[in-house]
Design a protein around this ligand. Structure first.
Ligand SMILES: C[S@@+](CC[C@H](N)C(=O)[O-])C[C@H]1O[C@@H](n2cnc3c(N)ncnc32)[C@H](O)[C@@H]1O
Length: 449
């Protein structure tokens, strides 16, 4: 029997990601729509800008300085691309410091794919992006100065330990060495003495287990050790933006059910992440954790400011506005459930939904075909708005797989509205960011056939 974090299930998952490489996203094995959504990128860019603005206000960062953003487990890179575009727009308006965005993964094949992509090569040439193999299980990073860490659907994939409290007694769940992620069976051993030598981990475990029970929780040990290493590299000024399947309040742990892994494709799985554990860790560092007041969706967002600032009003305000009031999950949820061919909807309605959801390219690909039925009676001002929505989607669009629907949907609808000049603009825009990798004019010719 071993603690959950030492079970071979995690090694097998690593092998899956290493062997699949970028194909894990191309073949749709791994969920990515929410965690790559343009509205999410926009939200994180706002949170990042607000925090950097707080640091500028506290004279901890100069406007001329460059702040590093590191994304763990960047997947296919769609989120990263939309984030860099969104932050650049905000930075120019507010005259904020520049960022350099580091895309990482522990799987070298994923990092090699970023390096080889023309859109990333162009941003790297401008000093806006770079690439690195980074393993959250063995975090090693040279000193960075103030650092923003982004982790979407990553902490749910890293090794965790499992504990439960019953009648005031803390026990740890151990699993047989030959376990499979989907059929875990736990045996319990009472925890006697300090389970972790690391003071921050020990403090988090102590706080989470301070109850008579019943309580049942996973402790994200690898994620917390990784955050510690990043905070050290940042010289104590770290903002971590975490999006995941999560328990958000301590009360969410008050039951006696053992955790269940959700399987993705043929080899990956994920567990819920305890935001209370992340929040206690942040507070232990003297920082402030912004977490949702209650669980509201399958993708929760927290902002962990482990930064030693006595006040960070802009970050607090940005979290209240862009996560607590209406979150990217709300926008994704509303937009994802717009019914196709719902005759009662108007052209303007579809435009509003696409704009509200930050003109996410996957959403635009799904909704613009609905507009074809207004071909005969759309006003020219509406067609102009449609062109703007498509142009905005193209600005944050990263072409990752050949059969991607966005460009073909965009050219088909622009052809239907006789906007061949907009197709030419789209071709030039995509050519500028992607080089010869995608040929929009060829897509347009194919759509006409
Ligand atoms: C569920 S995917 C999420 C990918 C991406 N963030 C997204 O939302 O589409 C998990 C990612 O974490 C990466 N990963 C798994 N174990 C890791 C580790 N120990 N260190 C760094 N990345 C890891 C995987 O290679 C994969 O890219």
């Amino acid at each position: 029997m071993t603690p959950l974090s030492e079970s071979p299930i995690w090694r097998r998952q690593r092998e899956f990601y290493e062997q699949k490489g970028p194909a894990a996203w191309i073949e749709d094995d791994i969920p990515w729509h929410m965690s790559s959504h343009a509205a999410l990128a926009h939200c994180y860019a706002r949170l990042t800008a607000a925090w950097i603005d707080d640091l500028v206000g506290a004279s901890r960062v100069e406007r001329t300085q460059t702040v590093r953003v590191i994304e763990l487990g960047s997947g296919a890179g769609r989120f990263a691309y939309a984030f860099v575009q969104a932050y650049e727009e905000i930075r120019r308006t507010l005259r904020l410091p520049r960022i350099i965005y580091t895309l990482t993964d522990f799987a070298e094949t994923n990092v090699a794919a970023f390096r080889a992509h023309p859109a990333w090569q162009a941003l790297a040439a401008e000093g806006l992006a770079d690439f690195m193999v980074f393993d959250a299980e063995r975090p090693a990073l040279a000193a960075t100065g103030p650092l923003v860490c982004i982790a979407n659907y990553v902490f749910d994939s890293l090794p965790q330990d499992y504990f439960r409290v019953a009648d005031g007694v803390l026990s740890e769940g151990h699993v047989p060495a030959l376990s499979q992620a989907d059929t875990l069976r736990f045996d319990y051993a009472v925890v006697a003495g300090e389970r972790y030598a690391d003071p921050a981990l020990a403090a988090v475990l102590k706080e989470l287990s301070a109850t008579k029970g019943p309580r049942s929780f996973l402790l994200p040990t690898v994620a917390l050790r990784c955050l510690e290493a990043l905070r050290a590299a940042a010289g104590g000024e770290l903002l971590a933006l975490v999006g995941d399947k999560a328990h958000v309040r301590i009360e969410d742990h008050d039951h006696d059910r053992a955790p269940i892994a959700v399987l993705h494709g043929a080899g990956a799985f994920s567990f819920n992440v305890s935001f209370p554990a992340l929040a206690r860790w942040t507070e232990h560092q003297g920082g402030r954790a912004h977490v949702p007041a209650q669980r509201q969706s399958a993708f929760e967002i927290c902002a962990l400011a482990a930064d030693g600032l006595s006040a960070a009003p802009r970050l607090a305000d940005a979290y209240a506005e862009h996560v607590a009031r209406v979150s990217p999950s709300d926008l994704h949820g509303i937009a994802a459930h717009v019914p196709p061919s719902f005759a009662g909807q108007s052209f303007d309605y579809y435009l509003s939904v696409m704009r509200a959801a930050a003109c996410d390219p996957s959403l635009v690909a799904r909704l613009v075909p609905e507009l074809m039925r207004y071909k005969k009676d759309a006003r020219s001002s509406q067609v102009l708005q449609l062109r703007r929505v498509i142009a905005q989607a193209a600005r944050v669009y990263l072409h990752v797989r050949d059969k991607d629907a966005f460009l073909s949907a965009a050219v088909t609808v622009l052809q239907a509205f006789d906007a061949s000049d907009a197709i030419e603009e789209l071709a030039q825009q995509v050519e500028k960011t992607h080089g010869a990798r995608v040929d929009v004019r060829a897509i347009a010719r194919a759509a006409l056939r």
